[in-house]
Design a binder for this molecule. Structure first.
Ligand code: ZN
Length: 124
């Protein structure tokens, strides 16, 4: 199964890249706030970000990796993270499925970036 995790790879390709995540942690996609809702290069940065489940911080770069976890195991991990972050735990299966859907569209090893609701490969 392929999942999206935080990576430092290709950081700096865009001048407004940032990475406060732990490399390799599972990420999820949050709704942009009002400030960045229509602008992935907005001042907040959430419209181009992925949120890390362990660090509770964010990055603009995620990598598709092949893992031996099951979807159920990911949901358990996500549920714990959402609870820690003060988010509703019943979001867990939806945000895991978002992650898996995005990851399934790219070969393992691809670094992707986010432009609001669009996800695209970066060339390394
Ligand atoms: Zn924001």
């Amino acid at each position: 199964m392929k999942i999206l995790v935080a990576t430092e790879l290709t950081q700096g390709t865009r001048s407004n890249d940032y990475n406060y995540c732990v490399p390799g942690e599972l990420v999820w996609v949050q709704e942009p706030c009002d400030r960045d809702r229509r602008n992935p290069d907005g001042g907040c940065g959430c419209g181009r970000g992925f949120a890390g489940v362990a660090s509770h911080r964010a990055t603009t770069t995620a990598e598709v990796v092949e893992v031996g976890f099951s979807r159920d195991e990911l949901i358990i991990a996500m549920r714990t993270s959402l609870a820690d972050g003060g988010w509703p735990q019943d979001w867990a299966s939806d945000v895991v499925d978002d992650n898996l859907t995005i990851a399934s569209a790219f070969p393992a090893g691809t670094v992707i970036e986010r432009r609001l609701e669009e996800f695209q490969a970066r060339t390394a």
